[in-house]
Design a protein around this ligand. Structure first.
Ligand code: PEP
Length: 257
């Protein structure tokens, strides 16, 4: 059976105190009501990774871990003169287990290409960090009937260079660009159609044993109302949550969906 995963992407939100309060609220809720079949991941701004890691487990409670810690971005190089950047080795040394790669905001505002995404994935895997790789089409691409084509290109150029043993470590998030931060969630049918296509492409490339184990998350204005029906779809194994991960109660409802 595939892992069920809900990951929160806080993006560039919350000051230090607000972040601490949100972690505290989240831990309280996770302690008391977490659906244990679902893995929870929190991706705060990098400045708060140490705090996220410290608060993620309860020593009194037999070291129970409430959520995994993820980063929102990584540089593709190991080290060197790259002012302002953070490497996968640095993230690993801070206890980071996951990292978002290829988010549409990074593709759009920072010009990240599929080739760069491939390099970042390689660097993360070398440091035993699980990449959460985002793919998805823009509204224009969907309306001109190119959604499948875009997804295929992003898979091919960003991930299909990997050997099967590395590819199986990935988590893939389908995030239609038109749904991110817009309040316009994809319908369960729209999301399932693309998820099924992603799984089919993976099956063609790596075989059924691999395609049936890769967790495929949906992301894009997912909220407590829309999550249950989305997550009930055959090929949707959870969600990557932006806005709704900034409210502990909403995030928790999505986790339990
Ligand atoms: C995201 O940024 O990954 C995301 C899914 O954002 P939102 O939930 O706010 O649309």
């Amino acid at each position: 059976m595939r892992r069920r995963i809900v990951a929160g992407n806080w993006k560039m939100n919350k000051n230090f105190q607000q972040a601490e309060d949100l972690f505290d609220e989240l831990v309280d809720l996770l302690k008391n009501g977490q659906n244990k079949d679902t893995d929870v991941i929190v991706c705060p701004p990098s400045l708060y990774i140490e705090m996220a890691h410290d608060l993620s487990c309860d020593e009194e409670d037999g070291n129970e871990v409430f959520y995994g810690v993820g980063a929102q971005n990584v540089n593709e190089h190991e080290s060197g003169a790259y002012t302002g950047e953070i490497s996968a080795g640095m993230l690993a040394s801070m206890g980071v287990e996951y990292c978002i790669v290829g988010h549409s905001e990074r593709r759009r505002y920072y010009g990240e290409t599929d080739a760069l995404v491939a390099q970042k994935i390689e660097s993360l895997l070398q440091n035993d960090i699980i990449p959460i790789v985002c793919i998805g089409e823009t509204l224009e691409e969907r309306e001109s009937g190119k959604a499948f084509e875009v997804i295929e290109r992003q898979l091919e150029e960003g991930m299909f260079n990997l050997k099967p043993l590395d590819f199986v470590k990935l988590i893939i998030a389908y995030e239609p660009v038109w749904a991110i931060g817009t309040g316009k969630t994809a319908t369960p049918e729209q999301a399932q159609e693309i998820h099924a296509h992603i799984r089919k492409c993976i099956q063609e490339k790596y075989g059924k044993a691999v395609s049936s184990t890769i967790p495929l998350l949906y992301g894009g204005s997912c909220n407590p109302k829309t999550a249950p029906e989305l997550f009930a779809q055959e090929d949707i194994d959870g969600g990557l949550i932006g806005g709704a991960s900034l409210q502990a109660e909403d995030f928790m409802k999505i986790v339990n969906a």
